[in-house]
Design a protein around this ligand. Structure first.
Ligand SMILES: Cc1ncc(COP(=O)(O)OP(=O)(O)O)c(N)n1
Ligand SMILES: Cc1nc(C(=O)O)sc1CCOP(=O)(O)O
Ligand SMILES: [Mg+2]
Length: 207
């Protein structure tokens, strides 16, 4: 299963009042992975939303990933994305099984990427590449890192942080497999524009 293309990430504030319609519009545009990212502690609404996303993703043949929460991922039988403070990869792999997609935040560190690979990650994520409205304080990464990562890390590479249709092409050209995007996708005013942007992000992988 090749991990390559647009990796859409939800944002509960940005998508308030249009959560499922905008997500479905993105799936219509061919999202490869969808991450449910909700930083609240509200267990019941989180479970409801994640279940709704799972149903939608199944309809579109898209893989669902849960941010931060391996237990919720296990409950739904989907993948998880873990940052450096979200718990270790090895038990998450044991919990979710060999087939599950598990991603790891590596900031701008090849050492963290190698460690993630050794501990069973399915992909590594580098960022932030550009100014991010969603997470302005995330540590910065540069495009040069991607070529080194490409040579050293034998896993799909996700890139994140301020990615838009105007700045994404060089990241793909330098070896990114997955463009992880929040605002540059879901910041659109209409569902039609979300679909158009999703198609345009994926088209960057066609050449
Ligand atoms: C694809 C992808 N890459 C990086 C992150 C960031 O994870 P983390 O550092 O744990 O920060 P939060 O997203 O949890 O605030 C991500 N979520 N997805
Ligand atoms: C959640 C997240 N993690 C980052 C990192 O660098 O690890 S940047 C980021 C925010 C991504 O949202 P946007 O596409 O709106 O910038
Ligand atoms: Mg996290």
């Amino acid at each position: 299963m090749k991990l390559r293309g647009l990796y859409a990430i939800t944002d509960s504030q940005l998508l308030a009042g249009r959560f499922l319609s905008h997500v479905e519009a993105a799936l219509e545009g061919g999202v490869r992975l969808l991450q449910y990212r909700d930083k609240s502690d509200d267990t019941a609404p989180r479970l409801r939303e994640a279940e709704a996303l799972k149903t939608l993703c199944e309809r579109y043949g898209t893989e669902l990933i849960i941010n931060d929460d391996a237990e919720l991922a296990a409950r739904l039988g989907v993948g998880v994305h873990l940052g450096q403070t979200d718990g270790p990869l090895t038990p998450a792999r044991a919990l979710l099984g060999r087939q599950a997609i598990i991603g790891s935040t590596c900031h701008a560190s090849l050492d963290l990427a190698q460690q993630a690979a050794n501990e069973g990650a399915s992909y590594v994520a580098f960022g932030r590449f550009f100014n991010s409205v969603t997470k302005p304080g995330a540590p910065a990464a540069s495009v040069d890192l991607l070529e080194q990562a490409r040579a050293q890390v034998k896993l799909p590479i996700a890139v994140i942080g301020g990615i838009t249709l105007d700045n994404a092409a060089p990241l793909v050209a330098h070896g990114a497999d997955l463009l992880a995007v929040i605002h540059g996708l879901f910041g659109a005013d209409s569902a039609q524009e979300v679909t158009r942007r999703a198609r345009a992000f994926n088209a960057l992988f066609a050449c």
